[in-house]
Design a protein around this ligand. Structure first.
Ligand SMILES: [Fe+2]
Ligand SMILES: [Fe+2]
Length: 193
């Protein structure tokens, strides 16, 4: 399977990305940092090509779902905090209709609940995240996938190779540039405002 590179999604502007990253309190290239967000984005857009998931929601999920973690381990409530950040920034640094926002919010809140039912866009978001489990040495389980596409052995193998290998999608560098000059700081890029 060939490499898959993310197509630019207009919704994710430098202004929006910077607003998200500037409040992220963990290392930008840590377990749940920007390379993970970028792989989730690649995974999600790839899944969307099969499921018909909304690429705008998939894109926003990638950058919001882990954006408000307090730690790299079990972090109860981080999905809801990410969803609430999406709500707080909506209408200020990005615009999204109610239908898409409801899908995004739900997907973020429940992304660690192990659910496999629901709207195809939401299910695609969840599987995009699950396909990146290789980075913590977990092989994604096809029986726990919410879409038939992400449960395919060749899709899991493709994603796991990138995840375990620490593949950093090129868009990561672009995001760090957008986010400011303090990219790569161990402590992240400053406190929330
Ligand atoms: Fe998460
Ligand atoms: Fe995640």
């Amino acid at each position: 399977m060939t490499e898959f590179e993310t197509e630019p999604q207009g919704i994710l502007t430098p202004h929006l990305l910077k607003a998200i990253v500037s409040q992220y309190s963990l290392p930008w290239r840590g377990t749940h940092g920007l390379p993970h967000w970028a792989r989730v984005l690649d995974n999600g857009l790839r899944i969307a090509g099969d499921t018909g998931a909304d690429p705008i929601v998939v894109t926003l999920f990638a950058v919001f779902h882990d954006a408000c973690r307090f730690n790299e381990g079990w972090d109860r409530g981080h999905g809801r905090r990410g969803a609430d950040l999406a709500a707080a920034l909506r209408g200020d640094v990005y615009v999204l209709d109610d239908m898409r926002f409801d899908l995004l919010y739900y997907a973020c809140v429940h992304h660690t609940d192990g659910m496999t039912d629901g709207d195809p866009t939401v299910r695609s978001c969840w599987d995009a995240d699950r396909l990146d489990l290789g980075r913590v040495r977990i092989t994604p389980d096809p029986r726990r996938m919410a879409t038939d596409y992400a449960a395919r052995p060749e899709v899991i193998a493709w994603a796991e190779k990138r995840s375990r290998g620490g593949y950093v999608p090129p868009v990561t560098d672009i995001w760090e540039k957008w986010a400011g000059d303090d990219a790569g700081d161990e402590a992240g890029a400053g406190a929330a405002d």
